[in-house]
Design a binder for this molecule. Structure first.
Ligand SMILES: Cc1cc2nc3c(=O)[nH]c(=O)nc-3n(C[C@H](O)[C@H](O)[C@H](O)COP(=O)(O)OP(=O)(O)OC[C@H]3O[C@@H](n4cnc5c(N)ncnc54)[C@H](O)[C@@H]3O)c2cc1C
Length: 386
């Protein structure tokens, strides 16, 4: 019998396990994860970015907390002196906005400054001075967050997992296929290989696959698996040291090794698990946007592409955290990250461990992001570029 059982051992499930076992108050913790290599998990397929450029105070606070955590990751997750290197590059983020969005930029910027984020509002000339290779004809302003950056996401999940194991968590290589419920309480996870995992508290952190688990008990998550394509390309010439650049078309790019990682979300992508890589999409959609944003990208060579899954929250685009109140009170979710899970993982792991162990959030108040808002029909929307 476990005290707490977690479905999914990606960066979210493993951060929750890390924080629970670190507290010394969680009892026995099990993580059910079918694939210890994380081949198809979203975490290692992510772009690794972390930024404080959000509008919602909760999202800004989560990223600020997680940034400090990741900067200290080697120490916090060391096991007997062995450390996990995140390869953290603090090279900044730059969001670019057209003239008609100036009011939104100023509002978001004020929210970020109010929470002490070291961000700078720049006009077009200011952006051009810092980053002369960018094409800015359609741009009126930018927000530069020079101390944000990116990391190796695979190391993040490995580090959390290794430390959670060292602190006493059990990782069980299997897949949750059902949840046994009686009355308003869950009693056990049913696993694909026939085992039952009994516990007092259950947490669904299975990312893009979380909806399948919830369906088995009739809990409707407004979460869809959504394919996101990413590409790595190289160019001949050397540009100035660029941050992660993002604009309202959804285009992002950032330096990686001797080249760049890029992508543009496809809003009409059909929902469903799909790992096919579509290079026509690069040629027809991504490349023209890249060439507009940086003329040096007109001549480039794509070296590889990959697909990863977003756990897209169709209700309001933000994380859903906490129990299925009034229905199955000891069954929690931590899902719906919609592209922000890596940067929210340390904060969410701590927040959910507080909620489970103390019945309330102490460090960051995520009350507005509880799952309950879906039942109440009260969406909480992010107004920054998502
Ligand atoms: C292309 C791309 C770029 C991204 N860029 C960024 C970025 O720059 N910054 C950022 O913060 N986020 C980014 N993200 C989002 C980020 O990757 C995710 O939000 C985050 O990895 C979610 O972590 P997770 O642990 O919930 O999911 P996962 O890493 O997918 O982990 C879920 C785990 O659940 C397991 N599982 C599945 N089914 C079951 C089951 N039935 N029972 C038990 N376990 C199960 C899976 O094997 C998997 O390991 C990006 C995502 C993609 C696809």
């Amino acid at each position: 019998m476990y005290d707490i059982a977690i479905a999914g051992g990606g960066v979210i499930g493993s951060s929750i396990a890390y924080h629970l076992t670190r507290s010394g108050r969680a009892g026995r913790v099990a993580v059910i994860e079918p694939d210890p290599t994380y081949e198809f998990a979203s975490t290692p397929r992510s772009a690794g970015g972390i930024r404080r450029l959000f509008s919602l105070p909760e999202n800004i606070q989560m990223s600020a907390f997680s940034l400090d955590f990741y900067l200290d990751f080697e120490r916090l997750t060391a096991v007997n002196g062995d450390t996990t290197k995140l390869d953290f590059r603090r090279q900044g983020y730059l969001f670019l906005y057209p003239p008609e969005k100036l009011a939104v930029v100023e509002k978001n910027y004020a929210a970020q400054r109010q929470l002490s984020c070291p961000v700078h509002l720049l006009d077009r000339a200011g952006i051009a001075r810092l980053f002369p290779s960018l094409g800015l004809n359609d741009i009126a302003a930018g927000v530069h967050s020079p101390e944000d950056g990116w990391m190796d996401p695979y190391s993040a999940v490995r580090g959390f997992r290794r430390k959670a194991l060292a602190q006493g968590a059990d990782y069980i290589k299997d897949r949750v296929v059902g949840v046994e419920v009686s009355g308003k309480r869950a009693n056990a996870f049913r696993l694909a290989q026939g085992e039952r995992i009994e516990a007092k508290v259950f947490i669904n952190a299975a990312g893009a696959w979380a909806g399948e688990i919830c369906q088995t008990i009739g809990m409707k998550l407004p979460i869809e698996p959504l394919r996101r394509l990413a590409f790595y390309f190289e160019i001949q010439q050397a540009l100035e040291k660029l941050p992660l650049v993002k604009d309202l078309s959804g285009l992002f790019f950032r330096p990686e090794g001797v080249g760049y990682i890029t992508g543009v979300p496809n809003m009409s992508e059909p929902a469903g698990i799909n790992f096919d890589v579509d290079y026509d999409y690069f040629d027809n959609v991504v490349w023209p946007l890249l060439a507009r944003r940086a003329p040096a990208f007109e001549a480039l060579k794509v070296k590889r592409g990959w697909a990863g899954m977003y756990d897209q929250n169709r209700f309001d685009g933000n994380l859903l955290i906490g129990p299925w109140e009034g229905q199955v009170d000891n069954f929690h979710v931590a899902v719906g990250f919609s592209g922000h899970g890596l940067q929210q993982a340390p904060a969410v792991g701590l927040a959910l461990s507080e909620l489970v162990l103390d019945g309330r959030f102490s460090t960051i108040d995520l009350s507005r992001l509880r799952y309950r808002r879906v039942m109440d029909g009260t969406p909480v929307r992010e107004e920054g570029i998502s």
